[in-house]
Design a protein around this ligand. Structure first.
Ligand code: ADP
Length: 397
């Protein structure tokens, strides 16, 4: 049995899972939060136990030490040598990375160079990678990019109709995000459909706090709703999604704010929270709708329309669809959201299975078995994808 760590390092947090491969059994999960602060939080779960500590966690190196010590102390591993690989989520792979790679000094330099495109994320991801290399010098490190799955998009999907020089000089184009999740759920949907993989047409709807849709043809991403940054596409918890770019200078002038504040407004004070003036959380929005809250209803309806607009567009891009897949916090749990979306597709012969749709949090067919387009709920699992990719390098070398 090989043990592999799947790591998601942010600027002040580090989420981890230790998996046994190839069985994909999760041995432990945990989280370090508030890194850089004196009241940092460390949490680890294994078997039926949970350990939680509040302590000074000045940096990622300390966070990794805490994790490794806890693995030994709680006998989750006997020695660090048992951990053969560490897979890291890296947000931006630019045009350089179309798949996961083993981290070398050259790869680290490339990830660093891409920090321009993801200034908040890539540096944090790199800090995580370096901290593990220090602690586990014999394990391989693998970078798994959020953007990689979308590198198969054709130019007609990834280019913006702007002065081409801007693409050539500054790499301004659509990259797309949540790739690991879209890949995971579309691979699973292909298996569930039982059709020849290269013929499948799937629309994946990843809706959590952030959200994006992807058109997946023959297992490959051919278009996705997020863009140059994760601000584009559908309406999200706090992000606007697509707006006329000319809105930005207009907001700046009218509100007397600078460009960073205007972009912040679109990133943090828009979407569900901005429209509803109530909450960014879909649970509050749906209970608000039930209670007759006007803002919540408007936000809910707009959220659904933005999604069905993209589904309409991807039906054209794909030339129809075999399946629509719902995933992430809202997609997996909010039956009312799925129902509102699927009802709008009734004219295409989509038939919802109400009973299945009212069930929560597991893999499900939520359309009828002979619906023209099948609708599935498939819980996403980015950690398994990271562990699989890491394990694949261990077995191929
Ligand atoms: P992130 O993008 O931060 O990973 P998640 O995938 O965890 O987010 O999704 C968070 C969203 O899922 C929130 O809007 C939350 O309200 C929603 N959500 C979680 N459970 C439910 C539920 N039972 N009903 C409706 N929405 C839910």
């Amino acid at each position: 049995m090989t043990k592999v760590l799947a790591i998601n390092a942010g600027s002040s947090s580090l989420k981890f899972q230790l998996l046994a491969m190839p069985s994909e059994e999760v041995l432990t999960v945990g989280l370090v939060e508030r890194i850089g602060l004196t009241d940092g939080v460390f949490k680890i779960e294994f078997k039926d136990e949970e350990v939680k500590k509040t302590l000074d966690i000045p940096n990622h190196t300390k966070a990794v030490e805490l994790l490794m010590d806890a693995l030994l102390e709680n006998k989750i591993v006997e020695s660090f040598d048992e951990i053969a690989g560490v897979g890291h989520r890296v947000v931006h792979g630019g045009e350089k990375f179309g798949s996961s790679v083993v981290v070398t000094p050259e790869v680290l330099a490339d990830i660093e160079a891409l920090s321009d495109l993801a200034p908040l994320h890539n540096p944090a991801n790199m800090t995580g990678i370096k901290a593990f290399v220090e602690k586990l010098p014999n394990a391989i490190s693998v970078a798994v990019f959020d953007t990689a799955f979308h590198q198969t998009m054709p130019a007609t999907s990834y280019l913006y109709p702007i002065k081409h020089d801007l693409y050539k000089k500054h790499a301004i184009r659509k990259y797309g995000f949540h790739g690991t999740s879209h890949q995971f759920v579309s691979e699973r949907a292909i298996a569930l459909l039982g059709l020849p993989a290269d013929k499948t047409r799937i629309i994946t709807v990843h809706i959590g706090n952030g959200g994006s849709l992807t058109a997946v043809k023959g297992g490959k991403s051919i278009d996705t709703s997020m863009g140059f940054t994760p601000l584009a596409g559908i309406m999200m918890g706090t992000r606007s999604g697509d707006v006329d770019p000319a809105v930005v200078p207009y907001i700046m002038e009218k509100e007397g704010i600078d460009v960073n504040q205007a972009v912040d407004l679109l990133n943090k004070q828009s979407g569900l929270v901005g429209v509803s003036e109530l909450s960014s959380d879909m649970r509050d929005i749906t209970s608000g709708v039930e209670a007759g809250n006007v803002g919540a209803k408007l936000a809910f309806d707009l959220f659904i329309k933005r999604i069905t607009d993209y589904i309409g567009s991807y039906l054209m891009t794909l030339g129809g669809a075999d399946a629509i897949v719902f995933t992430a916090g809202i997609g997996e749990n909010a039956g009312v959201v799925r129902k509102a979306i699927l009802e709008k597709l009734a004219f295409l012969g989509v038939e919802i299975n109400e009973e299945a749709n009212n069930t929560r949090g597991q893999e499900l067919l939520v359309s009828t078995a002979d619906s023209k387009i099948k609708a599935f709920v498939i819980p996403t699992n980015e950690e398994i994808m990271i562990a699989r990719d890491t394990f694949s390098f261990l077995t191929s070398t």
